[in-house]
Design a protein around this ligand. Sequence first.
Ligand code: BTN
Length: 245
Amino acid sequence: MDRDIIRLETTDSTNRVALDAAEHGAVHGTAVIAGSQYAGRGRLGKVWISPPGSGLYCSVVVRPQLDAANYPQLSFVAGLAVAAVIDQMYGLDTGLKWPNDIYFATKKCGGILIESRPATAMSAVVGIGLNVNTEAAMFPDEICERATSLFLQSGRKVDIEALFIALREELLTHISWLETAGFAAIMKRWRQRDVFFGKRLEWLSVNGERVVGESLGPDDQGLLHVRSDDGTLHQILSGDVTLVP
Ligand code: BTN
């Protein structure tokens, strides 16, 4: 049994558990995995629905050689690591949606949530949620058109434990790569998987601003460039984007 892995049948949020562990000095790579979560956290204050049996819910404590201001870079790095593992293990062609979603064409398969606390300076938690063995009928009605799982993509049931072990390993490898090669190298690779590049999308900022235009993809700093219909170029730092017809 790996002493750097905390395994829980259920918990509120593996990110919360990992943040607590970081506060108590958990080493780089310490991971938390749960069979289900009853208060799973998504981005922008959303809930991450985390039923037992079908999903991977895990969080990894990382202590990267990175200024805390650059921790958002970790969501791009983690996305690439997740995509690489999925492609390698299941022969798929995994896409990424800015800034932190795992996608297949127009459907979401998973997401990443980076969190840190002032008290855990020099560390962050990378939370990964993936729809793994979810069958179509298991998705709530309101998301079933826009959601997918590794099972639905590959046609076979997946060993969640094996996936988790490979993901943790690959995440740490990718973070070392970030530290040596720099963020621009990460973004160059990230853009090759960008499912929304050239597509028409809508951006809603956290304070309600709305922009509609064509995605030009993220730049080397991770800012998403969108050209709106009047020709204005927008550089988007945060918020959420959705496809528009
Ligand atoms: C998103 O797309 O909004 C990000 C979802 C991240 C969900 C994962 S599940 C494991 C970890 N623990 C949490 O509470 N959230 C992340």
